[in-house]
Design a protein around this ligand. Sequence first.
Ligand code: ADP
Length: 695
Amino acid sequence: MAHSLQPHRRGLLLAALMLLVVIGWLAVFGVTLWSLHDKALDDGFADARMHARNVEDHLTKTLQVIELGADSLPPDGGHASTGTLNQSLAVMLRPSPFLRSLSLLNPDGRVIASSDPRNVGLPINLHGFYPEAGLDWPQLRIGTPWHGRDLGDARPCAGEPAPPSAPGFIPVMRPVELKDQPGWWLAALNPDDFINHFSELLPVDEGRVQLLRYDGMLLLSSHPDDIPGRSDQAGQVPNRLEQQEFGDFEQRLSDGTQTLTAYRASSRFPVVIAVHLDRKYILGQWLADVRGLSMIVLPILAALSVATLLFWRRHQRLEQQRAELERQRRLTSSVFDASSDAIMLTTPSGEILSTNPAFEHMTGYSGDEVRGRNPRLLASGQHDAAFYRALWNAVIETGHWQGEIIDRRKDGSLYTGLLTINAVRDDAGRIQHCVGVTSDMTERKRYEAELLAAKERAEAAALAKTTFLATMSHELRTPMNGILGMTDILLRSELNDKQRRQIGIVKSSAESLLTILADILDYSRIEAHGITLKPSPFDPVETIQVVLALFAPHADKKSLTLRAETLEPPPGMIVADPVRFRQILTNLVSNAIKFTHDGGISVRVWSEPANSDHEHAMLVVTVMDTGIGIPSALHESIFDAFVQVDGSHSRSYGGTGLGLAISRRLAETMGGTLGVASTPGLGSCFTLRIRVIRA
Ligand code: ADP
């Protein structure tokens, strides 16, 4: 059982293994994709950080340049004339394309000198700068972005979107010492230069770079939709700044863009650079990788899945076949085990492979004892070498042998078996196995022998009986004929009436005894030697008339009518045994007269076709009487020898009970039948059919 389950388990294991491989592949694929996804995000953050650092560096340097400008004012700056100062500022501005103008303001905010002389005298609102502190704090402070080209035509923006391509600047301010009083150094920072630089660094579809004030206000952005002057344009950056001066995180900006954001505050100035990489763009690269990988992995997985499925289905089919084979094997083995015949399976060379329980029962050898041995261990020595040679030749040539064989049991006793050997061949016709089935015939043989002996005994007894009867009746006939002869002589001599009557009784008794003896002799002969027919042509109608004429005196004596009738179609001349025909007829008419007291007897004759054979015909004769009839229970047995309806008949009617038995045997020998239909009290009708040749 465990052995038979192994292939099943192996198949299941293989299928499970293939499934595991598919799942493993899927898992590896998923993990790879996920790690690629993470890597893409990590790389994105690294890029953003790198951009933030570079831009912050660039910005800090630019602002340093502005600060240096303030420091490089001539020491007598406060004493120089406005015109001279204006010129000095214009000279300083020239190498700085990122500045619109440079101006000096008195402590109230009025322009006292500027690289653009038009600015001189303009009042500048000093509020809105960050950090908001007095002249005694010597650091750079950043103003709100202004709309306009320069101080003269500009105003601080209030967080509204700028008109498209409208110019703007960012005022940057720090205190300076002018003569003996402090004043302000004001630079108008040109955002376009930064925006161009940022855009080159990071195209708009990949992300944006923002310059923020430390308080979170947007100063400029590489993204055209961002609105300078607002504090909500960099998402969470201002909040994060409170905890850390640089960092990165993932967020959603106010316009809904999902970004990887890195920010970095300037090490020296109150500004921050925020770099927002578009997450969608970053993952676009990852998606391209996913697609590429999927093109390779998914077909492999599909192929593997199909292979698994096919394998599974094939395995299922094999499993079904195996189950069916197993069922058949069990069926065969149960037949093998349950058979009452000894079965032995051998290799073509005659090595015994297995035997069934009946084999052990029949031979006394167990399966283990004979396995691997040759069947000749059963040889009894009762057959010569030629017998075994013929046996194996038949098996090899025709694949079959059957016959009686005498074998020897383990205990040395002999048994007779009917052995059937069949060869089992493979597709190429080579003998694979031989199956020998032996049914034990010892019992049957003994039974047959007993039956034969009993039959011979019975036949001998029957022969002795009939021989005895024949001898006896023959022996009795001789003295009876002597008695009859002598009574005839006596009857012809001179006798008185009394003597004549007495001798007459002796004669009729002797005659009826002779008839009985004739019947017994006839029956004995038939029993012992059968009947030999002597066919010759005759007219049955004529025979009937002769017989009836013979019985006419008897009928007259009992006042019975005797009638013969020929029906259509008449039989005509026929060929059959006329003596035997007459014997049957005589017996039937004699019985009819004997058992009828009133009425009469009528004999009818006709012919019938015999199986559409024109040469032959069936001659039918019925003998009908109005006599005492026969009970239906005896309709068959009266045709047995020595059977009479009533034992008392033998006394009142005489007879031996042999007539009908002889008649039926004769009718059957003549290819026909003899039967009766009868009702007690009404009469009987005997029907004789015999097969005849039309003459
Ligand atoms: P037997 O006439 O010598 O006794 P059969 O063999 O001819 O022997 O007849 C056997 C028995 O069948 C008769 O004893 C009689 O009882 C019965 N039997 C035969 N023919 C008739 C008949 N025509 N009517 C009534 N009984 C009959």
